[in-house]
Write a protein that binds this ligand. Sequence first.
Ligand code: A3D
Length: 316
Amino acid sequence: MEVGKRFKIACIGAGNVGATAAQYCAEMELGDVVLTDIVEGLPQGKALDLTQAGPIRGYGSIVTGTNDYADIEGADVCIVTAGLPRKPGMSRLDLLEKNARIITDICEKIAKYAPDTVVVLVTNPLDVMAYLAYQKLGFPSARLVGMAGCLDSARLRAFVAMELNVNMKNVDTMVLGSHGDDMVPLPEYTTVSGIPIAKLMSQDRVDALVERTRKGGGEIVALLKTGSAYYAPGASAARMAQSIIRDEKQILPCSTLLTGQYGLEDVYIGAPVVLGKAGVEQVLELDLTDDQRAALHASAGEVREGIKGLQELGIL
Ligand code: A3D
């Protein structure tokens, strides 16, 4: 009897987003999950808790927790959420440096223990960290992909569904560009069961929903007061892991290395990609208006500023 392969997903960073991604991966039975963190007991405790939810939720994925990177050995997908949030008094540059040092260290460990893995990076500032990880890992760019567009497009889909009082599953959309205020949502590519949203609501309402999407992360931070969003980010990372592990070849907006597409190169930025077992198997180029193209280039300019910051710090 042929025994099926059990896939392995390493969630590096067992904080809010990492543990939530682990939960969704286990619930979807994508494979066995290894939660990894530097804080002793944290990944072990959350892993045990998730394991004990298995009999109730009906999943058979084995979830373990560790502080030892050797345990990620052979992981098919590594979801990286390790990093520090911005604290009061911490400048953007401070945060950039601290997270860049964490990502550099983690990349060394991934390259050592899981050299064939596909990395789904989540740590902010997302597109800059994705570029850094790509440089540090030495993997083909197909195997390093950033999570942002999945989340941003899910937010726009949810807002459209809430506005029209329809099922969110019927809403489809595409968001390009960097993660943050410079993202480039594409209302022309937003449909409800194939119907363009321009036929379902006024331009003013479309603009308002796009603006709410742009500020979607901040809206949740303001409500939570401490910490940032984690259910939808965790679900987005797990969704990407699913497309990779099951070789689904889903078209999803992800941060990826551009090599001339949209007139941009040598920068990580959000674009529609085909995600399969090789990672990013294609980058799709959409027709953009002049304004959207200019917004995408401005977005890439911001990412390049961050990359320049890392070069000045001697990290890149
Ligand atoms: P949090 O709950 O603080 O978890 C971060 C975890 O990383 C903590 O448990 C730390 O102990 C751990 N950690 C720190 N250094 C290391 C290390 N070297 N190795 C292993 N673990 C380490 O944060 P969170 O889960 O809410 O967010 C995690 C990251 O994701 C942050 O950078 C967020 O800004 C980012 N994030 C990005 C998005 C995007 O859409 C791109 C959305 C949500 C969060």
